[in-house]
Design a protein around this ligand. Structure first.
Ligand code: NAI
Length: 331
């Protein structure tokens, strides 16, 4: 059994070594057409979210039987193509719900207390704060879109700040709502009543551009959008329009739709015939990253010591079970 682990840090490797695979190979890079050769005879691969596994790639991995992604989301993997080839895909269903929820508030508090500008000010030797007035979270309504594992932790933390909560989920859980003391409502009502909207939905065809021009127009003037879910959930051009017009006060984004392109920006721009749509998204993201009322983090909401350890432990367990003929955590 050959196992190839992509996108690994040296400190994660010891756990994979303990699996005792007949052949084990580590790659620091993502699985992409350039690094594919390392996995052509692999039975099992483990990847993170920067490995985009499409049908063409799968066709070039003839022995592959298991993809163990070290993430919750599986939108970087063509699950239909895997199913058609009989390849099992396992994910890490839960590892960082508190971690991502904490990052939501890191972004939100950085916006509400103007932390990034304040730190830049003191580092430049300034100490004036008159023009750095923020706003309280207490008393402001939080709209949580998607009340799964992360959304529920966000709600719990929000309540500690004294924020009333509205929630939307196509699969509402009335028992949870009663226990948590929150109200479910329609998405339109949430958008028009919340002062802060935080997104916690998976990337699916239904959530693609869920927050578009129309949704942004429904949002309360002066409200804030936080997206730690997936970039595809927000139409970035529409978001720029809403921020530029002043309709939205600010945005905190841990995810962007063109994340692979940003990482390989120079390659994309220098390509013989770059895709116009990819260039447009790249340009939009550069604009967002430089807007003073937008904070962008590099898809790092999950990245704490504790969460990464939980990811590795579950992934190793997924592979160990597969070696033993059992399948757990199928995506
Ligand atoms: P989950 O599966 O526990 O919850 C997702 C919730 O979204 C479910 O309650 C589901 O019913 C709801 N939902 C589905 N479609 C919806 C729609 N159209 N509108 C509103 N709600 C909808 O997932 P979890 O663990 O809470 O994670 C949410 C997402 O967060 C993941 O799918 C992943 O994309 C993202 N994520 C981001 C990370 C980061 O580092 N930024 C780390 C981990 C997850």
């Amino acid at each position: 059994m050959k196992l190839v682990v992509f996108e690994t840090e040296p400190r994660e490797r010891v756990a994979f070594e303990a699996l005792g695979a007949e052949s084990l190979h580590f790659e620091t890079v993502a699985l992409n057409p350039a690094s594919l050769a390392a996995a052509t005879d692999a039975d099992v691969i483990s990847v993170f979210i920067h490995s985009r596994i499409d049908r063409t790639m799968i066709e070039q991995l003839p022995q592959l039987r298991l993809i163990a992604t070290r993430s919750t989301g599986t939108d970087h993997i063509d699950l239909d193509a895997c199913r058609a080839r009989g390849i099992t895909v396992c994910n890490v269903p839960a590892y960082g719900e508190n971690t991502v929820a904490e990052h939501v508030f890191a972004l939100l508090l950085a916006i509400s207390h103007r932390i990034v500008e304040g730190v830049a000010r003191t580092r430049a030797g300034g100490f004036e704060c008159e023009d750095l007035q923020g706003f309280d979270l207490s008393g402001r309504t939080l709209g949580v879109v998607g009340t799964g594992r992360i959304g529920r932790h966000v709600i719990r933390i929000a309540q500690g700040f004294g924020m009333p909560v509205l929630a939307y989920d196509p699969m509402p859980d009335p028992v949870y709502a009663a226990e948590a003391g929150i109200e479910y409502c329609a998405l339109d009502a949430l958008l028009s009543e919340a002062d802060v909207v935080s997104l916690h939905v998976p990337a699916t065809a239904q959530t693609h551009n869920l927050i578009d021009d129309a949704a942004l127009a429904r949002m309360k003037p002066g409200s804030v959008l936080i997206n730690t879910a997936r970039g595809s959930v927000v139409d970035v051009l529409a978001l720029i329009r809403a921020l530029r017009s002043g309709h939205l006060a600010a945005a905190g984004l841990d995810v962007l739709p063109g994340e692979p392109e940003i990482r390989e920006e120079a390659e994309l721009v220098c390509a013989a015939s770059p895709a116009p749509q990819a260039l447009a998204v790249l340009a939009a993201e550069q604009v967002l990253m430089h807007m003073p009322n937008v904070l962008v983090t590099p898809h790092s909401a999950f990245n704490t010591r504790e969460a990464v350890q939980r990811i590795v432990d579950t992934t190793v367990e997924n592979i160990r079970e597969f070696f033993a003929g059992r399948v757990i955590n199928t995506a």
